[in-house]
Design a protein around this ligand. Structure first.
Ligand code: AMP
Length: 350
């Protein structure tokens, strides 16, 4: 069975075609600059048409969808009701869900009769218990408006946890794993017996760790303080916290860890940015060891997690965790969200 996995963004479509159940990658690529003035690709429909010419005989399509709200705990076959719910969840992910939907609608039009499956970034975290996902706000903000922790990068955390279990030759259902997805966006998840029990991102992907350009955890009162002091609009606050903060904001140089790492010994603010990044990650890992009463493995993945050994060792420090009776095994596992989407799509439709 040939499964085409699509990750449709606002101006790009990334894709991989897998032969299942062998999990053989057959074609992969990306169409970028969709709809931009000098691009030949005017819209997602044209982009997808080109992708289908490169990928022969697609049997099923698996779509990455960022936000499934509380509606979707698992992947689903897409029908009109599912489309309506993804549209509803766009209120919670205004930058992502509409772009994911455009990809779904284009695929439906171009491949009538071919099953389409939605795999949600938030779904894996739906197992987080209520005491960990409710914020300390009046409860009605949760019941009336869905304000709670959702968590993101779920497909990546789920995938690397599975791989870790298979490398450890133990069932996932008997392991406590802490997965660290450290890329431009960063999140850490506590996975107890295969279920996400807490994760560092929250209602949006802004909460938690220091990221490339996002600030992660801050005192929420800072927002109103900044608005009052500098007469900042909500748009300016959004821009400050999401695009001008994190590694980039602290270092004043770059959001790219490769660039920063080279200057660690030469630039005080770069050193500070990296030290804060590692400290925050270490703090989350320690708190997740605390809530799970230990960890069998700590897994690093994504750009920084996979490739930057010196950052990994700043986080877990060789010889660290001396307070634990049994030390976790530290592992590096490349993530493959598309393969996880193909696997889940296959399981659903086979
Ligand atoms: P991602 O969002 O997963 O693409 O990760 C982006 C971050 O990972 C950036 O901070 C990069 O500096 C870092 N990164 C990505 N690829 C590499 C690599 N091959 N070697 C070192 N760092 C990398």
């Amino acid at each position: 069975m040939k499964i085409l996995v699509i990750n449709s963004g606002s101006s790009s479509i990334k894709y991989k075609l897998f032969g299942m159940p062998a999990q053989k990658l057959q074609v992969k690529g990306a169409i970028e600059h969709i709809g931009e003035p000098r691009s030949k690709i005017k819209d997602h429909y044209t982009g997808l048409k080109e992708i289908l010419q490169r990928s022969s005989s697609v049997h099923v399509v698996g779509h990455r969808v960022v936000h499934g709200a509380e509606e979707f705990r698992k992947p689903v076959v897409i029908n009109n009701a599912v489309i309506a719910k993804i549209r509803q969840a766009a209120a919670l992910a205004p930058l992502h869900n509409p772009a994911n939907l455009v990809g779904i609608l284009a695929a439906k039009k171009l491949l009538p009769g071919v099953k389409q499956v939605a795999v949600f970034d938030t779904a894996f975290h739906q197992s987080i218990p209520e005491y960990a996902y409710i914020y300390g706000l009046p409860y009605k903000y949760y019941t009336n408006y869905g304000i709670r922790k959702y968590g993101f990068h779920g497909t990546s955390h789920h995938y690397v946890a599975h791989e870790a279990a298979s490398r450890l030759k133990k069932p996932l259902s008997r392991l406590k794993i802490i997965t660290c997805h450290l890329g431009n966006g960063c999140s850490i998840t506590a996975i107890d017996k295969g279920r996400s029990v807490d994760t560092s991102m929250g209602f949006t992907p802004l909460e938690g760790l220091i990221m490339g350009t996002r600030c992660g955890d801050i005192d929420p009162a800072l927002v109103t303080y900044l608005m009052r002091k500098f007469k900042m609009s909500t748009h300016q606050i959004d821009d400050l916290l999401n695009k001008k903060s994190g590694l980039k904001g602290i270092s004043g140089i770059s959001n790219d860890m490769r660039v920063l790492q080279k200057r660690y010994n030469r630039n005080k603010r770069v050193r500070l940015a990296i030290d804060i990044f590692a400290y925050r990650a270490r703090k989350y890992i320690a708190s997740y060891i605390g809530i799970m009463d230990g960890a069998d493995a700590i897994v690093f993945t994504a750009g920084i997690g996979e490739h930057q050994g010196s950052i990994r060792s700043r986080i877990w420090r060789r010889g660290g965790y001396s307070y634990l009776k049994k030390k976790p095994k530290v592992m590096v596992i490349p993530t493959d969200e598309e393969l996880m989407i193909a696997r889940q799509t296959y399981e659903l439709v086979k």
